[in-house]
Every structure is written in structure tokens, then in C-alpha cells.
Design a protein around this ligand. Sequence first.
Ligand code: ZN
Length: 360
Amino acid sequence: MSSAFADSSPLAAYGWDEDLENEFTSHRAAGLVPARVAAVDRGLCDAVTEDGPVRASVPRAASPGDPVPCTGDWAALRPGGPDGRPVVAALLPRRTAITRASAGRDSRGQVLAANVDTVAVAVSLAARPAPGRIERLVALAWESGAQPVLVLTKADQVADTAAAEADAAAAAPGVPVVACSAATGDGVEAVRAVLAGTVVLVGPSGAGKSTLGNALLGADSLVTGAVREADGKGRHTTVRRELLPLPGGGVLIDTPGLRGVGLVEASAGLERTFADVEELAAGCRFADCAHETEPGCAVLAAVEDGTLPQRRLDSYRRLLRENAWAASRTDARLRAEHENRWKTIKKEQRRMYRERGRDR
Ligand code: ZN
């Protein structure tokens, strides 16, 4: 398939590209059509196809371990199922996935959003940002395979934006930091410039995510309202997630589910979030140094001489403990799936960086 074909597809606004078109070849041959999943609720999903939005049915998983569609997935739909709706026949492999531990007795992670390229961590400057919170969200973003970006909102409410940026950057080495104000419009273009591909906004409540989302969309079109659906047992309310094309390219996924997000096996994400600590640790005398009381510990020496803030070491330890706990609850099957995903993600990231390099 030529790239011109993928670019001219109405799905291009939702992220469809030549690689996806190539992955889809056998599905096309089987008469299936591509779609991106916007929202899933009990047996049905809203998806966007080349011919516009559809409501498709999601068959029961053949085996319990099979992936269930989630927002952001690329699906292969078989037109005209038994009830007249298209049916989700297959999912393309996920390039990235944002997961959280499920609240119930099932310890398996729940995928909140798939194929996300950029995780924008929104933090309000109206209150002093909590670095631990930034570190946790940045680790989650790295772990998903997406590129984290730190967006400092409500910049009009601080006198010294540069100092606030420097503070926040210390909690997220290697992560682009942009301050903006949706109220004045300052910095919104700069935020747009660092967002690539499919974007999610995460952050604590009060960070101004909806306002920022609307500013990026250039319209009050961010849909977070509840959708009511009737069934035989009465009315249920589900929160709907949406895919919203951004002007100038890219897609915004609005995922209310990300609000209560926690860590699920974020070892790789933590390594990147605390790259400065990991780098120092390479200089410790013992390879298995726990940076507690060991002689020749380069990490403790850095805390001593003020290079590494004690707070950051404490946060690193706390998140490592949290992660070990999450890992202990994760079953072997999920772990294997996770490792496979990492391989795909790393391949995909290399491709993305190559393309970004070409664009510049
Ligand atoms: Zn050490």
C-alpha cells in the first residue's frame, strides 16, 4: 500500500498510517474494515471507521486471557453481524498501553487506553506542585511506552514561571516541560508543539485538564458527560471516553478512568523517571547496593553533597516499594504479555523517533 492511500483515508485524522495499513493487509483480504475504538461499554463499542462512526458488538472473549477492546485500539470489524451491527473480529497489536491495577479481586491490570503516543501530565501551578505525584505519573507514562510531557497549567497564577518550570523539571529529567495558561492562551501553542500522535491528558483533579483539552481542541468539544443506556434491569450510567482529532494533527483521548490511576509493574518506567539516581548508582562500590548504609555508596554521597535532593531518593524508594507490591499481585500471564508489549513498544519508539527526526 502506498502512504498516499493511508494519508487520504478518513481514518488518518484518527492516527491511521502506512504501518497500520500494512498490518491490516490480511484483514482487508478477509473482508474486514479498520476502525478505531472510542468507547467500550458492556458488549458494545463506539468506533470510527472510514465511513464514519459505528456501534459495533464485541463478542465474548474465546479464552479469559484474550485482550478486550479498549479506547484507542485499532480493530478489524466484520460488517453486518447477526443483529445488523458490525462485529469486532480482531484487534491489531497494541503499540503502547496505559494500564492500572483493577480494583476487584482480579489482580490483572486493566488497560485504560491503547496506542497512546504522548502522555501529557498536567499539573497546576496555582498550588505548589507535588513532585511525588509528578514522578508517579511520569513513571506510568514511560511504562506505557508513550512519551511523557509535563504541562504546567494556570501559569498566569504564578509570578515566576521559569522557577516553577525548573522545580518541575527536577522531578522529571528528560521530559519536556511547558507552562501554559488556557485563560490567557499563553503557551498553548508551545504545548501543541510537544504533543505528537495520540495524546492523553492525565493529572490530579484541579489541574485544569478539561480546560486545557478545550484550548487544544480550539472549541468546547471535550465530551466528558455521562451516557445513559437502558437495559432490562434499569438504567445504568457509564462514563464515555472519546477520540477527538486535534486541529493540526493528532488525536486527543479523553479518559476519565485515568484519574485514579496507580502503578502496575512500572520497573522500566521508574528506571527512566529516576534516571539521575540510576546513573549515580552505577558508581556505587557494590553492584547490589541498596543505598542505605553501604560504604562507597555514590547515591548517599550525592545526597550528602546536595547534588541529589533527599526528597527525590525518598520518593524513588517509596515508588520502588509500591511497584514491588503491584508486581507481586500481577500474575505470570500478564507479566509475559507485558514483556512482549515492551519489545513491540521499543521497536515502535525507534520508528517514531526516526520519523520525528525526519520531520525536523
Ligand atoms: Zn549505593
